[in-house]
Design a protein around this ligand. Structure first.
Ligand code: KIV
Length: 263
């Protein structure tokens, strides 16, 4: 049976961890869901891991729609979340709706938008019109130049207060899920406790409602620099299927991430 946002909310309410991986094609979509992945994230990380660029900034809506359609054709049970690429959600809520609708029409069940309070009006506009939104806060890779690099966010007292405010604002605006990237584990724990919707962490400690990694990082395919929060699941595995099952088992039993993967 297809997993829905309601399924994921129920998992969060029962303290059952949500296992998420990025996915960009049909074969991996069916392999991942058959090995226990709940949510497939068609991430704009495809700009780096598929296209070989040094950031996500050049990814187009057309590329996102193409890969979302590929994933949708291979997934019968998983919930599919698709990234709004750089430049498609920043101008106005109306334009964002038109762009998001393109991803929903090819098979996404939710769109992910980078940004907090500044995106509240857009989140509210989309969710009021039938498009579920996941708000991505903390380290937002599309703002890499504004942030001055890929840095951990919310380390200072003021930074932590700001992040909590952003999280409350996006939930109030209607976000059905919040993705926390590269934030201290204690802060992610606090955000998760204060919100009613699921939080998905990447470099955000073990207490989020679920975890996500970039597929090419955890399978050790990506040749670029690895972040501290990445674990190589091919180590000790004899197949990709086994690596995925090990990831799912560790996420579900709170054995990933460990302190060494957290801030
Ligand atoms: O694009 C992506 O893969 C993401 C993850 C880093 C969460 O947004």
């Amino acid at each position: 049976m297809r997993k829905t946002l309601k399924t994921l909310q129920g998992m969060r309410d029962r303290n059952e961890k949500i296992a998420v991986l990025t996915c960009y094609d049909s074969s991996f979509a069916s392999l991942l869901e058959n090995n226990g992945i709940d949510v497939l994230l068609v991430g704009d990380s495809l700009g780096m891991v598929l296209q070989g660029r040094d950031s996500t900034l050049a990814v187009t809506l057309e590329a996102m729609a193409y890969h979302t359609a590929c994933v949708a054709s291979g997934a019968a049970q998983a919930f599919i979340m698709a990234d709004m690429p750089f430049g498609t959600s920043q101008i106005s809520p109306r334009e964002t709706f038109v762009h998001a609708a393109q991803l929903m029409s090819v098979g996404a069940h939710m769109v992910k938008i980078e940004g907090g309070e500044a995106m509240a009006e857009t989140i509210s506009f989309l969710t009021a019109r039938g498009i579920p939104v996941c708000a991505h806060i903390g380290l937002t890779p599309q703002s890499v130049h504004q942030m001055g690099g890929y840095r951990v966010q919310g380390r200072s007292e003021q930074g932590a207060k700001n992040l909590l405010r952003e999280a409350r604002a996006v939930e109030k605006a209607g976000a059905g899920m919040v993705l926390l990237e590269a934030v201290p584990a204690v802060l992610a724990t606090e955000v998760t406790a204060q919100l009613q919707v699921p939080t998905i962490g990447i470099g955000a400690g073990v207490n989020c409602s679920g975890q996500v990694l970039v597929l090419h990082d955890m399978l050790d395919i990506y040749p670029g620099k690895k972040a501290r929060f990445v674990k190589n699941y091919m180590q000790g595995a004899t197949s990709i299927g086994e690596a995925i099952r090990n990831y799912v088992r560790e996420v579900k039993s709170s054995n990933f991430p460990l302190k060494e993967h957290s801030f």
